[in-house]
Write a protein that binds this ligand. Structure first.
Ligand code: SF4
Ligand code: SF4
Length: 239
């Protein structure tokens, strides 16, 4: 009997307590909004999603290196000497094509460490929180606007320029070597001339003199060939 009375008391007590709380909240100011019809005002500097203004990105990869969870992936291609990629709004000269700029927001921990090192302030947190998805791949955001054709063209152009530079460098090296050889040969020729003069006055043996003459002739032939090769190399590099 006592237990029954106790349970009845507890039942009514909890009902009145609950109803009291409910009625009390009916007259208080609401703290929720009718989302999505109504959206709350977000606090300043809120961290919700990263955005990149590719017009201002110079591909320096400072953001990629700063990220502690490696969720930024950047790919760049060097521009060639005749490419003009323009400048950013902050006055930085653009020298790299940014062919890949992906951010995996599923991995991002919203630390904002990538934002502060950016020299052109082009990576920022924006007030966008409506990007939930059932597929993780939908959370990888790509910012590069280069098409596969443009990437291929930039790569081919760079390869060609590098090949051309390599070829010119090699030709310049060869020409330099040949010039050195020709100079050394000329110096040797001058020394021989004086030695010959000495031989003429000294009256040495006929056989030795003939052999020496033959050797000098051979040397002269070699020098002539070297000079000819040098001229041809120069002509090629000028073309
Ligand atoms: S906010 Fe932090 S975790 Fe997210 S991309 Fe930037 S550095 Fe990486
Ligand atoms: S730090 Fe800024 S400029 Fe450099 S790659 Fe990242 S977003 Fe681009």
């Amino acid at each position: 009997m006592v237990k029954l009375l106790n349970d009845t008391y507890t039942t009514f007590k909890t009902i009145f307590t609950g109803m009291g709380i409910t009625w009390g909240h009916l007259f208080r100011r609401s703290v929720t909004v009718q989302y999505p019809e109504v959206r709350d005002v977000l606090p300043q500097r809120v961290r919700l999603k990263l955005d990149v203004n590719m017009d201002d990105c110079i591909g320096c990869r400072l953001c990629e290196r700063a990220c502690p969870v490696e969720c930024i992936t950047i790919g760049t291609i060097k521009s060639t000497d005749d490419d003009d990629l323009g400048e950013t709004s902050t006055g930085h000269k653009k020298k790299l094509w940014v062919n890949e700029f992906d951010i995996d927001m599923a991995k991002c921990c919203y630390c904002e460490l990538c934002v502060h090192p950016c020299p052109t302030d082009c990576i920022t947190m924006v007030e966008d929180y409506e990007y939930s998805s059932y597929d993780r791949n939908d959370l990888i955001f790509s910012f590069s606007d280069m098409t596969p054709e443009q990437i291929e063209a930039a790569q081919v152009k760079l390869e060609q320029e590098e090949e051309e530079k390599k070829r010119k460098k090699e030709e310049a090296r060869k020409a330099k070597e040949m010039k050195k050889a020709a100079e050394a040969a000329e110096a040797g020729e001058a020394n021989e001339g004086s030695a010959e003069a000495k031989e003429g006055t000294g009256g040495g043996g006929d056989t030795d003199a003939e052999a020496a003459k033959e050797a000098r002739r051979a040397e002269r032939e070699a020098r002539r060939a070297a000079r000819k090769a040098e001229r041809e190399a120069k002509k090629k590099s000028e073309d």
